[in-house]
Ligand binder design. Structure first.
Ligand code: GLN
Length: 479
């Protein structure tokens, strides 16, 4: 029998709608695959058996000649901080251990309307705070290319499930790189849209001014197909921009700038692979040169100041009264109950809440939070002017190769440093994508990050797909 689990979006839709195979056959193959590889990878927190019923509904509609959507039969895995009606949504935290949302996030609703099937919820760092998917109540996710290495994070389950061929595509959330970092470490494509392009309704907030939901897939065309369904105005999220855009995969010569600061700060093997990517762009007729954005040096400290500040405020709602885990409030005085309940956050989350409260405190607000916002404005201004000269800016997604599990969990600062190249897009709101760029000597993947000006996703998709077609690095790990 054909290995259906290897197929991309267009092939699945074509196969299911032409009745070459059924959505049910396809989902069965994926569920079998999950059963086989999950003991090694641990990409999922919840696997949904009701996905089989969803597949049967699609098959019945096709048999009856009813209209089906553009993603008919496509199987998606959803990060566990995106609400799914009737399906547990834990954020990999004890605080939401039993939380079953009474509603779907807009992105989930749109995917299902388009005929996609939700296969389950993926593992992540607690509330999205981390870069390795090790800070999860459900155990760490492992990198499908080497199970002793981290898959990146915080959407590690979403990236690993795509790389390990456990779904067609997945959704992650990207506050400071959480879609692109694991995409790079697992050698898949990860897309962080412009702030305001994709609805955040139903996304559990970590740092609202920075984050966006974004797709991960095996190819640029797969993530573009998902964007076509999830992007656009949503009346339930008043930060979304007007319109419902639609993207295609085109080829055209672009002006490409390689950001010097990103390349210089990276591991030597990573820098080499990324610098070579310019030859790939040149070969397809792009105009390439090195450029510099000095203010990117302020990005990381600004990000960790703003992100923790917003997190400390967002996470204040977890009091274990309205939802949470089993802890009887009987006999407790309010403050004691509240602090005892909140001691159940993981170490990293507690660290963020404490840091965030500190940078917002009246004595230090000006010194930290305000300063970070000023640096953010400078960065926005500098990039805006650079995008007059270049259509896209490129560099490594991650400055280092995927590292060993456990290597950085006890050292928060070294963990934070790995986000140095991704946080720029979140602070400035611009779109960015990570595309597989090659492999290091130890067989570990390297991702190329491409950034474009706000709402220029079509340019980004064009650049990424030209690179993908020409560089031909995509392949799947042996599992
Ligand atoms: N690693 C970054 C952080 O911990 C980014 C996380 C994210 O994008 N959700 O904040």
């Amino acid at each position: 029998m054909q290995s259906l689990y290897r197929l991309g979006v267009a092939e699945v839709v074509q196969g299911v709608t032409s009745r070459e195979f059924s959505a049910e056959e396809y989902i069965h193959q994926l569920l079998e695959r999950i059963e086989r590889v999950e003991p090694k990878i641990n990409a999922f927190i919840t696997v949904s058996k009701s996905s089989i019923d969803q597949a049967r509904i699609i098959d019945r509609k096709i048999r009856d000649g009813e209209k089906v959507g553009p993603l008919a039969g496509v199987v998606v895995a959803i990060k566990d901080n995106i609400c799914t009606k009737g399906m547990r949504t834990t954020c990999a935290s004890k605080m939401l251990d039993d939380y079953v949302p009474p509603y779907d996030a807009t992105v989930v609703d749109r995917l299902q309307q388009a005929g996609a099937i939700v296969i389950g919820k993926t593992n992540m760092d607690e509330f999205g705070m981390g870069s390795t998917t090790e800070f999860s109540r459900h155990g760490a996710t492992r990198n499908p290319w080497d199970i002793n290495k981290v898959p990146g994070g915080s959407s590690g389950g979403s990236a690993a499930s795509v790389a390990a061929l456990e779904c067609t595509v997945s959704l992650g959330s990207d506050t400071g790189g959480s879609v692109r970092c694991p995409a790079s470490f697992c050698s898949v494509v990860g897309f962080k849209p412009t702030y305001g392009l994709v609805s955040r309704y139903g996304l559990v907030s970590y740092a609202n001014s920075l984050e966006q939901i974004g797709p991960l897939g095996k190819t640029v065309s797969d993530v573009a197909s998902v964007m076509n369904v999830i992007a656009g105005f949503d009346e339930k999220d008043n930060t979304t921009a007007a319109g419902r855009p639609s993207y295609s995969v085109d080829k055209r010569p672009l002006r490409v700038g390689l950001v010097k600061e990103f390349v210089e700060g990276a591991d030597e093997q990573v820098s080499k692979i990324i610098s070579n990517s310019l030859d790939v762009f040149a070969k397809v007729g792009c105009q390439c040169e090195e450029t510099s954005v000095a203010s990117v040096q302020y990005a990381l400290p600004s990000y960790y100041t703003i992100a923790t500040a917003e997190a400390s405020s967002n996470l204040a709602r977890y009091d274990n009264i309205r939802y949470g885990f089993d802890m009887n409030p009987e006999g407790y005085e309010w403050n004691t109950y509240f602090s005892k309940a909140r001691s159940n956050f993981g170490e990293e989350v507690k660290r963020r809440i404490i840091t965030g409260s500190y940078v917002l405190s009246s004595g230090y607000y000006g010194k930290y939070y305000l300063k970070a916002q000023q640096a953010r404005s400078i960065l926005i201004r500098d990039l805006k002017s650079l995008f007059k000269k270049y259509d896209v800016l490129v560099g490594p997604t991650m400055p280092i190769l995927p590292f060993n599990m456990g290597e950085k969990v006890d050292n928060p600062l070294t963990m934070y440093l790995v986000d140095v190249d991704t946080v720029v897009a979140n602070l400035t709101g611009i779109p960015a994508i990570s595309v597989p760029a090659g492999f290091a000597r130890n067989g570990m993947p390297v991702g190329l990050q491409i950034m474009a000006d706000a709402f220029c996703e079509q340019t980004l998709i064009d650049a990424a797909s030209m690179f993908e077609t020409e560089a031909k690095v995509q392949r799947s790990p042996e599992l």
